[in-house]
Design a protein around this ligand. Structure first.
Ligand SMILES: [Zn+2]
Length: 390
């Protein structure tokens, strides 16, 4: 069955074949056939389809591609947030609070919690989500966290190396992560990740863990340079990882390494917002030729937002990105950070993930921060979120 979506005042395609970073088309139409885009162009030239929907002059953008989230957990840390906002600093150790709550939850409780967060994200226009484990930290709890995540996305990431649990030594724990835990997790995961940071895992441990993951068919990604300067970003560049995430504290050498390697710097401004750390100077990265993505890092500790529109607004307001760069970074570059070329772009043959904005232009995403602008969401050609998406 085909659907003609017409009357699109402004269409963001991210199609490199079209002009400008966002490949904008005005007075546009899109034909969706099954789960994919079958035609894109000026509404006046649109072919017929089985049914039609009139966007009424509003803007349509590709669905957000959120390449970094930690949705499998139980409990919350609202009190920790409140304490931090009244003067206590953030440290990686708070993760252990969530680990205790997650281990105590049933599979059903974890699944329904993830379902609720995924629905919350989808209603805000997120149509591709990466989900990490990392609040189990035992063989059983990491494997079941990934099995839960796998019900919602193919982009699952084994993050057993999130923090060393209280009842073991770092050496013993790296042995566990690279041995029995990896073996149990690998069938449910596409990626492996390490929190490379003071208080978590150092560069040598990260290198060992990523190598073990690669040997077991997983692809590497890395949390690095979030709380301090360190060697994590350079390790990611050296290993040619597709993405390294956070990148809050970067030396000039780190920036050069990213530019030379092509490793994507995934910036997570919701974390800076929620921890009062300094925002990353994204302009410095872009001007140096670094590829930049934006993601939510939705998690109960350092950043509990699921809104990529909010992250886009922060990136524009505080990180030196243009509105076009920020929207591109949360769609096409998010897809690139997951090594995907079927999403994040609205062109013939790509997945029909479209978001109808209750606004005439994508500019309103940053111009109207905090305002719910999503009028409808199509995921794989199917209307999935509220709004007049008949
Ligand atoms: Zn994270």
């Amino acid at each position: 069955m085909s659907v003609l979506i017409t009357g699109i005042g402004e269409l963001v395609t991210n199609d490199p074949e079209r002009e400008g970073l966002l490949g904008l088309v005005e007075d546009a139409a899109v034909v969706v056939e099954g789960s994919t885009v079958a035609w894109v162009g000026p509404a006046a030239e649109a072919p017929a389809a089985d049914t039609a929907y009139d966007a009424g002059g509003r803007a349509v953008v590709p669905g957000w591609v959120d390449s970094h989230s930690h949705l499998v957990f139980a409990g919350d840390r609202a009190q920790e947030f409140a304490a931090r906002m009244t003067g206590e600093p953030y440290s990686a150790g708070g993760i252990r609070t969530t680990v205790a709550a997650t281990r105590a939850a049933t599979d059903e409780q974890l699944t329904s919690h993830v379902a609720r967060l995924v629905a919350e994200m989808r209603a805000q226009g997120t149509t591709t989500i990466e989900i990490k484990s990392g609040y189990g930290l035992s063989v059983h709890d990491e494997a079941r966290s990934l099995a839960v995540a796998r019900q919602f996305t193919d982009e699952t990431t084994f993050l057993g190396a999130h923090v060393v649990p209280a009842d073991t030594t770092p050496e013993e724990y790296v042995e566990l992560v690279t041995g029995p835990m990896l073996e149990a997790a690998a069938p449910h995961a596409r990626w492996i990740d390490v929190f490379c940071e003071d208080g978590a895992f150092d560069v040598d441990q990260a290198r060992t863990i990523l190598a073990a993951g690669t040997d077991n068919g997983l692809r590497g990604r890395l949390h690095a340079n979030q709380l301090t300067y360190g060697g994590g970003v350079r390790l990611a560049a050296e290993l040619g990882l597709v993405a390294v995430d956070h990148c809050t504290y970067l030396t000039d050498d780190d920036v050069s390494a990213l530019a030379d390697s092509g490793t994507i710097a995934t910036l997570l401004p919701g974390v800076e917002f929620s921890t009062r750390h300094p925002y990353v100077d994204a302009r410095r990265l872009l001007d140096a030729g670094v590829r930049v993505a934006l993601a939510s890092d939705c998690n109960p500790g350092s950043c509990f937002t699921s809104s990529l529109a909010f992250c886009v607004a922060l990136a524009v307001r505080d990180m030196g990105m243009s509105p076009a760069e920020a929207v591109h970074a949360a769609t096409a570059m998010g897809a690139a950070a997951l090594d995907r070329d079927d999403v994040g772009v609205l062109a013939v043959g790509k997945r029909a993930d479209l978001v109808l904005l209750d606004a005439p232009s994508y500019l309103h995403l940053a111009y109207r921060p905090g305002v719910p602008l999503v009028a409808g969401v199509w995921q794989g050609g199917r209307p999935v979120a509220p709004g007049p998406v008949a």
